[in-house]
Design a protein around this ligand. Structure first.
Ligand SMILES: Nc1ncnc2c1ncn2[C@@H]1O[C@H](COP(=O)(O)OP(=O)(O)O)[C@@H](O)[C@H]1O
Ligand SMILES: [Mg+2]
Length: 142
């Protein structure tokens, strides 16, 4: 996959294909930001991506702030900032330690809500859902 990557797709299968291609580009320590309206497919994308690493039980972290997974070799942190009200909630759970973990790949939905809490990122994914149900994926290195 070359960056910036841009593609307009219609089916969940196509989203899974993008997730598989993107998984090949990821390295331990990477931090991936996901932007896009509710229902655009951020969680779906992360779940599809984690399946490529053998993690089958991923769920939306909206209520937990962060979900943690491991496949034995690598850890995966999946954040969702949507329900966070104050930035200190992120510092309380030690967000710096998650982001700087070089043995993990970190995904953050709605990272743009608290940009100061995310000092480093490697990729930004923007998903735009159109009224006709098409999805535009833009993946860029940051
Ligand atoms: N091509 C597609 N890519 C991703 N999700 C899709 C696609 N087509 C339909 N969907 C559905 O859209 C919904 C996306 O929800 P979700 O991933 O939770 O969004 P977000 O995390 O951005 O709020 C899921 O129910 C998923 O099944
Ligand atoms: Mg979500």
């Amino acid at each position: 996959m070359d960056f910036p990557f841009e593609k307009i797709i219609t089916t969940e299968k196509e989203t899974e294909q993008i997730a598989r291609q993107f998984a090949h580009a990821l390295l331990p320590g990477d931090v991936v930001l996901l932007e896009g309206n509710l229902g655009s497919g951020k969680t779906f994308f992360v779940k599809a991506l984690l399946k490529n690493y053998g993690v089958e039980n991923a769920n939306s972290p909206t209520f937990a702030i962060v979900n943690e997974y491991s496949n034995g070799e690598l850890k995966f942190y999946h954040f969702d900032f949507y329900r966070i009200e104050k930035e200190y909630e992120l510092y309380d759970i030690g967000i710096e330690d998650y982001i700087s973990d070089e043995n993990a790949i970190t995904f953050i939905e709605w990272a743009d809500l608290f940009p100061d809490a995310v000092p480093k990122a490697d990729y930004k994914i923007i998903i735009e859902l159109s009224r006709e149900g098409k999805r535009k994926f833009l993946i860029e290195k940051v």
